[in-house]
Design a protein around this ligand. Sequence first.
Ligand code: ADP
Length: 411
Amino acid sequence: MTVTVGIATEGGGIATPPSGGGSRPVELAELMSTVPLGMAIIDRELRFVEVSDAMAAMHGVSREAHLGQPMVEVLRAEPSAADVVRRVRRVLETGVALEGVEIIHRESGAHGERTRVYRASYHPVRRDGAIVAACIYVEDMTERRRVEAQRDAGAARERSVREQALRETQEAVRARDEFLSVAAHELRTPLTSLRLHLQLLLRQVGGSNQEPPAELAPRARVLDRQLSRLVGLVNTLLDVSRLAAGRLSLEPRELDLAQMVRQMAEAFSEEFTRAGSTLSLHVDGPLLGEWDSLRLEQVLVNLLSNAVKYGGGQPVEVSLASEGPTAVLAVKDQGIGISEDGMARLFGKFERAVSERHYGGLGLGLYITRQIVEAMGGSITVRSAQGKGSTFILRLPTRPPVPSKAAVGAR
Ligand code: ADP
């Protein structure tokens, strides 16, 4: 059987080669010797009518040795011969094409076992409606699959490295939080005892009036101040570990925030004076609400000590006002200010926007402050520019959010 094929052109006609080949249409045999695809035409007697050179190479038998020969003979050595014949027979009988059949060959040779992957499609060839032949197309997918497998393995390796890194980071964070918790608890006990013994000692040397003698008083004050600082630092670490474990709880009670602000300002007056700064208050009348007083004090202490520390010895203003059901407190300094990058970070754990060399600190005050304020249903924001001072604004609802006894969790 001689089959000729034409090459369809856009106009729908049959193109003829422009020169050299004359006007003769391309013969199927010519196509078969050049097409880089395994192709074969099988007649109803299951004999090879045509086969491409590429397919012949896959079978390891010359093209000529295929033509007119029964499939079962030519493919005798092929491991998948029976399946191929069965599929061709089915296509010839049913006229239904089979697409994308994957064939895997395991070949053992001198260099061990090699796997080749092929993708085959089987199509019926019709003439006047009758099925006269079956056409097989086979694509060698081995290289593509190898590249895909390599890419998948690379992606899996990357994923596993990322997951491992994440696990290690989480473990490191957990170990740090555990260390903080243990260290803070361990430090607190001797500190409490130290403070107690210092007070007892001063009372004993003070005799009947229970005050330290005049020559010891300045030293006693320094000792007391430094001990308070240490206790403050340890309490901060304890808060962080409580937050990490979601164990910081609030106990709201009715209180006057205006009075608390005045008392805190009073307590800080010495520190402001020492820093060469002044503190002015704009606080009217009572401002009643339900808050956890210890936690609210902690928030005020954090904001005021930052104003002292970063206020550059310039005046600081604290104002308190109510806006409907919300208390609004602002702490404004004219100190070093904060860069934009710093503002985006400073409410995070251990985040600082200054160099350790110039300003000591753990970078936890504002983190704890925000956790407390948000647990109270409020918010804290900052307005600042580098070198132009900062204003921290606290907005707190006067009634606690429901449920009233909020537990503060880590973030
Ligand atoms: P710490 O003061 O221990 O570093 P904080 O959490 O209280 O920790 O503050 C975080 C960072 O925010 C500080 O390191 C500082 O860079 C910046 N900051 C806080 N308050 C002020 C302020 N009033 N002026 C300028 N920078 C501030």
